[in-house]
Design a protein around this ligand. Structure first.
Ligand code: GDP
Length: 512
């Protein structure tokens, strides 16, 4: 460890809670963050301009303080968590009272639960005519978020970010939750914290917003952050003022870095420049090594080795209909024994998206797509982050594979070989048959191979590629970047925008 001074119990004092706001798009996360910021009494006195540095602190009339992370949404939250940073103490889940629980609300709940962070529900837009707070509370029940009124322990507060009502109540709820968590830090030790935001700025060089978690950060301190190091040249607070020091819970912009770290990187003060260089060199070397190692290792092996004596196999499930998702969860949960079990982090209906991949990465989880596929961004992200996505269409096959994983057989056999994707750009009718005018967007497509037709990333048909043409000629295969015409055995319900997934069974692959 870089830290030589231990936290002395006697030196621990209360620190402000750090809050992240999450919820469905347009439910008012940004508006609520702006409204909460306006309640800051310290900001009023200074009359200063508000600086958007990625986090800000509100001082209430009572003197109590709350720190808000100013980048709403679970992407940032989980991205930081996947780098090992524990930043957020409390999640405020924003649900619009006129729109109630929506897909990203459910995603946010899954992200907060996976991180083990307590939630407070802010029922927003209560000023709107169609507002129905009770409906929100009832719907949350279905996702195991039980508000106090319904006998649970989750606080719910009705607010209007627009009319700025309920804000004090929300802040009091946050402080109450914070008391339960008993958040403490020792301000007298050397500082450490987490990078919330970092960028290269013209004329200033690399700048990072650091949330101090322990100790006191001062101008002149030498630090390491991620693979970079530096000396604090200036500290700037969320009102744009230069400050001499920052205590736990305080976000500050730091000048004087030698490079740009990433959000979620640690930030640790060390005794001297030699030590800083040594640690920074070591980390840069290690990054190169792990990058090389990761390329050799499968995602699945990583999952098991990193958790050591694995007790749970974390899984994210996406399916085409609610019924099959529920059936899958039921089946998988029965597979466990005293030593290992399946833990479903998140489940839902629809294609696999970036949020699913981010969540799986942070929790080292496997993603199961049941009659659904990942969208392009999610596919790219999963490749980059080494997240394992597996597709199925038969519940028995999922159960069989998971059973093998649980019993230590690390790589269940691959049942089919993925060949490629093509996108339907146009549909023609020739002598009563529908022909799809396609562009091969990835890999290769082959005549006679298995195909699945995807509409909005959901499988709507499985069959065989019966004809494949380039211009007028019948061809055996077409590669990425080329156009072709396709038709499918006994199937005609195709439209432009559909995606064709092409695969072959392993037996076929062996024969070839
Ligand atoms: P975000 O996508 O969750 O960050 O949502 P925004 O904060 O951008 O808000 C989405 C829309 O809802 C905007 O048009 C806001 O003006 C509106 N809005 C946000 N909060 C309220 C509220 O309390 N009442 C009403 N009536 N509208 C709101």
């Amino acid at each position: 460890s870089l830290v030589s001074v231990d936290d002395n119990d006697a030196k621990l004092v209360g620190r402000p809670p750090v809050v992240t706001v999450m919820g469905h798009v347009d439910h008012g996360k940004t508006s609520l963050l702006d409204a909460l910021r306006s309640t800051d009494v310290a900001g009023g006195e200074a009359g200063g301009i508000t600086q958007h540095i990625g986090a800000y602190q509100v001082t209430m009339a009572t003197g109590a303080k709350i720190t808000f992370i100013d980048t709403p949404g679970h992407a940032a939250f989980t991205e930081m968590r996947s780098r090992g940073a524990k930043v957020t103490d409390i999640v405020v889940l924003v649900v619009a009272a006129d729109d109630s629980v929506m897909p990203q609300t459910i995603e946010a709940i899954s992200h907060a639960k996976a991180a083990g962070v307590p939630m407070i529900v802010a029922i927003n837009k209560v000023d709107k005519p169609g507002a129905n707070p009770s409906k929100v509370k009832t719907e949350l029940l279905q996702h195991e978020v039980v508000v106090e009124e319904m006998g649970g322990d989750v606080q719910a507060v009705e607010v209007s970010a627009k009319q700025r009502t309920g804000l004090t109540e929300l802040e009091e709820a946050i402080l109450l939750q914070s008391e339960v968590l008993d958040l403490k830090a020792n301000p007298e030790r050397v500082a450490d914290g987490v990078v919330v935001e970092a960028r290269m700025e013209k004329g200033r060089g690399p700048v990072a917003t650091v949330l101090v978690q322990r100790g006191t950060l001062r101008t002149g301190d030498i630090f390491v952050t991620g693979p970079e190091w530096g000396r604090v040249r200036a500290l700037i607070d969320d009102h744009g003022n230069r400050v001499a020091e920052a205590i736990p819970g305080m976000p500050v912009e730091v000048n004087g870095l030698n490079g740009v770290p990433s959000a979620g990187d640690d930030f640790v003060v060390v005794e001297n420049e030699a030590k800083a260089r040594e640690v920074s060199d070591f980390r840069q070397r290690r990054i190169r090594e792990t990058q090389a190692a990761a390329m050799k290792k499968s995602a699945l092996e990583n999952m098991f080795s990193q958790s050591g004596d694995l007790k749970e196999l974390p899984i994210v499930i996406k399916g085409d209909v609610q019924g099959s998702v529920e059936a899958l969860i039921g089946t998988l949960q029965k597979l466990g024994n005293e030593e290992v079990s399946v833990r479903v982090l998140h489940s839902g209906v629809g294609g696999i998206n970036e949020s699913d991949v981010t969540l799986a990465r942070a929790s080292n989880a496997l993603i199961i797509g049941f009659n659904v596929r990942a969208n392009q961004q999610a596919r790219e992200q999963s490749r980059r982050d080494n997240v394992d996505i597996r597709y199925y269409s038969i519940i028995y096959d999922v159960a069989d594979d998971i059973k093998k994983m649980l019993s230590g057989m690390l790589s269940p056999e691959v049942r089919e070989k993925f060949l490629g994707y093509a996108e339907i750009r146009d549909v023609f009718t020739i002598s009563g048959n529908k022909i799809a005018g396609c562009m091969v967007t990835e890999g290769i497509v082959k005549r006679g191979a298995g195909v699945r037709l995807l509409r909005d990333n959901v499988v709507i048909h499985s069959g065989e590629l019966s004809t494949l043409r380039r211009f007028k000629d019948e061809v055996k295969e077409v590669r990425e970047g080329y156009e072709c015409g396709m038709s499918f055995a006994k199937y005609n319900d195709i439209q432009s925008g559909d995606v064709i997934e092409c695969f072959e069974n392993e037996e076929i692959a062996v024969e070839l």
